[in-house]
Design a binder for this molecule. Structure first.
Ligand code: MN
Length: 501
């Protein structure tokens, strides 16, 4: 899906800076060789990474390190800093610079040469190829200073290392996107619902999200003021992407109006995420269904019932997954199939599931059905079966004083029921490690009924993003046990309260 060009925020070039640590002790020739090796590594890694790794020099003094870190902070295109100690770089030299660094930080622990040459190794060789102890000196100071970081270990030409780096880079790009994200709310939270609530000021401090309200009346007025020719153009988009399984074109055209009007308000506000609620549709004729679904497929985050947290997460995870296969959507755990041993979760929503997670071999169908709640006209919506494959379900909850990010590994499975009377898009999945453990873990952790379903990201992407953002992270996967999880939540609760700002 096209996600890269709809907003000004996406236009900043992304690059990552690569610093090789050393010192003056070794003389010019060694430093020259360190620089040549580091440049070669930056170029080799760049060829295998989604964004350039730009070599910024051999760092030999505290002043040079601090200056480079300040430059990294000031450069919007720099999304993170990668450091590597080819030689030994005394870490007190790094204290000032690391204190200053405000960008995501990856410590690459590698070595220029893969193997020790039996005949070639002498003290000169060892003095150049000494990251095994130079990087330990560097790792210590980051640990001592309590700096959040990623450590990638292994030979730099190996896929495992570039894979770790790519995952972290995506998280870093997501972090930068997060810090400039604006979320538009049409209407408030659904009445009486707890888990979709949260501290918007804390969210802005921690994640950067500006969460603000826009008048539903303004949206309704914009919907009504559109020209028929504008609606025609939007209908042409629907015809290209979807199968019309309804004759009620008037209803579909109203969704087209809603989509155009919502998109304009978002774009005018520089926003890439929104929420609304069926309890506050004022002068609107339908709850946006197809309109919201198509917007989601174009990279706009969304979650229903005023859930700005899930909406923001969805927008960020789409940004992190750009260029990867598999889609991302807002989803809700709805109903279970509880045959012992083959339990499955049916995920859906009242209307709004992104066609980005549809099975790739079938066009989603536009259908019109009545909606039992909200008291509005029957809305047009996309109905489809979800794709099959490994995925993550991610939710963010406000624990009071802090947020908790919960990620569950699931396997989306072949839709084995046709469910001809179910009028919404649907996805079947099985949670790991098994239904009873995974579900109990989610509920113990306080996971919401709303989450982001992503087939393009893995739990490692989510963990790296959580690390950069400094948010509590709970992973439910193959190794989860209930007693282990309870212990983690108990200790985490104490630790996060102690470390609260
Ligand atoms: Mn919901």
């Amino acid at each position: 899906m096209t996600q890269e060009n709809a907003s000004g925020m996406g236009r900043t070039r992304n690059e990552f800076w690569f610093l090789a640590g050393s010192q003056d002790l070794y003389g010019e020739e060694v430093v020259r060789r360190v620089g040549a090796h580091a440049r070669e590594m930056a170029e080799g890694l760049t060829a295998r990474l989604p964004w350039p790794l730009v070599f910024k020099g051999v760092m030999r003094s505290p002043e040079e390190i601090t200056r480079t870190m300040k430059d990294a902070n000031a450069d919007d295109s720099c999304k993170g800093v990668v450091v590597w100690m080819h030689t030994f770089s005394p870490s007190k030299m790094w204290i000032s610079g690391l204190s200053t660094l405000a960008k995501p930080y990856l410590h690459l622990h590698t070595q220029y040469e893969r193997c020790i040459p039996n005949d070639g190794i002498d003290m000169d060789y060892m003095n150049l190829h000494q990251s095994a102890h130079g990087d330990r000196e560097h790792g210590f100071i980051a640990a001592r200073m309590g700096i959040r970081r990623k450590v990638a270990v292994g030979y730099w030409k190996d896929d495992a290392v570039s894979g770790d780096m790519e995952t972290w880079m995506r998280a870093a790009v997501g972090a930068a996107f997060s810090r400039s994200l604006k979320v538009v709310r049409f209407g408030d939270n659904m009445r009486q619902v707890a888990v979709t609530e949260g501290d918007k000021i804390e969210a802005q401090i921690q994640f950067g999200w500006e969460v603000n309200t826009w008048a539903v009346g303004e949206l309704a007025a914009r919907i009504d003021s559109l020209k028929e020719s504008e609606v025609d153009a939007q209908m042409a988009v629907y015809r290209e992407r979807y199968k019309f399984a309804t004759d009620d074109l008037d209803t579909v055209r109203y969704q087209a109006r809603e989509e155009i009007a919502i998109r304009r308000i978002l774009d005018d506000a520089g926003s890439r995420a929104f929420s609304n609620t069926f309890e506050d549709l004022w002068n609107m004729r339908q709850l946006p269904g197809l309109a919201t679904q198509n917007l989601m497929s174009e990279g706009y985050g969304y979650a229903g019932e005023g859930d700005w947290k899930t909406s923001a997460l969805m927008a960020i995870f789409m940004k992190m997954g750009e260029g990867l296969s598999g889609g991302t959507s807002f989803i809700e755990d709805y109903t279970y199939d509880l045959n012992a041993g083959e339990e499955a979760s049916l995920g859906a929503h009242m209307l709004e599931v992104s066609p980005a997670v549809a099975k790739p071999d079938a066009k989603p169908e536009i259908r019109v059905y009545p909606l039992g709640i909200g008291g509005k006209e029957p809305p047009a919506r996309l109905v489809f079966d979800g794709a099959v494959g490994p995925a993550v379900l991610v939710t963010l909850v406000d624990m009071g004083g802090r947020f908790r990010l919960i990620c569950h590994d699931v396997d989306a499975i072949e839709p084995y029921l046709t469910m001809p009377n179910l009028p919404v898009a649907r996805v079947f999945w099985r949670g790991r490690p098994d239904f009873r453990t995974g579900t109990a873990a989610w509920i113990l952790a306080g996971g919401a009924h709303h989450s982001v379903l992503s087939y393009s990201l893995t739990a490692q992407h989510i963990e790296d993003w959580a690390e950069i953002m400094g948010v509590e992270y709970v992973h439910i996967g193959e190794d989860t046990t209930i007693s282990g999880l309870k212990q983690q939540l108990f200790i985490g609760d104490i630790a996060w309260r102690l470390s609260a700002k």
